[in-house]
Ligand binder design. Structure first.
Ligand code: C5P
Length: 284
């Protein structure tokens, strides 16, 4: 076998809380993460050529690409010597710079593909350790499903799968820089924080109402005024009968959760008229 294609799923934050700023410049977080069906496809091929060739849709395939970083980290950390070259081809569907961990998920799929092709005996925890060096969200993306992410985001506890909600995702036409948004956070001034332990208990009970009531992202506290569209989309989703809405990650994508598939479809069609980057998907 010299080629494998794997799906790289997008993620949502059902909760995102920032606990403290750390001396190393990162922040300690508590996040309940959920993967959704929306995914990129990552094809990894062992070639007769040399070096790493990465084609990743609109994103440069150079050394800054997280798939390339993941491949370099895999070879450096495992000591595996790959005689020839490597081609990484990504079909992008997850919007870029959207708070859905698209790049981290592509990196995680690259690591999983390399393990399958070159070192199947490598333990999952070892792969997560390699992933953590590539990006804070990569260990979660290696696991997927419903999970609690703590520390920098790299400490993962798998949770009971969340109730199977339908999701409408909508990305407004601007980007938010993650480091710039973290720089706006003064932890003691965050006034509206998620009830993470309540969310964990609701998930444990399989209590859909309890989950819906606790969807919250603390980053919404510190959005700059030019990001007001995030709140406008939340209001639209709410008016379209979403049962919970929040921004995911450092944004700017907003998601709405629905139990009723027909309502979700209606909301999707209404929002898509205004926003080209609107998606209808579901928890996986
Ligand atoms: O780890 P990653 O490269 O994905 O993080 C991007 C940036 O986000 C970091 O350079 C840092 O500014 C910020 N960050 C943070 N605390 C975290 C994760 C990310 O401050 N837990």
């Amino acid at each position: 076998m010299n080629r494998i294609t794997l799906p790289a799923h997008a993620k949502l934050n059902l909760t995102l809380d920032i606990l403290r700023r750390r001396p190393d410049g990162y922040h300690d977080l508590q996040m309940v993460m959920q993967s959704v069906e929306l995914h990129d496809d990552v094809k990894v091929t062992l070639t007769d050529g040399e070096g790493i060739v990465c084609r990743c849709g609109p994103i440069p395939g150079d050394e800054s690409n997280l798939c390339v970083k993941a491949a370099r980290a895999f070879f450096a950390q495992t000591g595996v010597v790959q005689g020839g070259g490597l081609a990484i081809d990504v079909v992008k569907r997850i919007p870029v710079q959207a708070g859905m961990a698209g790049g981290s998920s592509d990196a995680a799929a690259t690591l999983r593909a390399l393990r399958k092709l070159l070192k199947p005996e490598l333990l999952g925890e070892e792969l997560e350790r390699i992933g953590a060096a590539v990006g804070s969200d990569v260990p979660y993306c290696l696991r997927g499903g419903t999970a609690l992410a703590e520390g920098r985001g790299e400490r993962i506890t798998t949770l009971r799968a969340a109730p199977p909600f339908q999701v409408v995702l909508c990305k407004p036409d601007f980007d938010i820089s993650t480091p710039a948004l973290f720089a706006r956070v003064h932890v003691s001034e965050l006034w509206s924080r998620p009830d993470t332990s309540g969310m964990l208990a609701a998930l444990h009970r399989g209590d859909a109402d309890g989950v819906l009531a606790r969807v919250k992202n603390v980053f919404e506290n510190v959005l700059p005024p030019e990001c007001v569209e995030v709140f406008e989309i939340k209001k639209k989703l709410h008016d379209l009968h979403a049962e919970a809405c929040a921004m995911t990650g450092s944004g700017p994508t907003v998601f709405g959760l629905f139990r009723d598939e027909a309502e979700a479809k209606r909301a999707f069609r209404a929002l898509r008229r205004e926003y080209s980057k609107t998606f209808l998907t579901r928890f996986v």
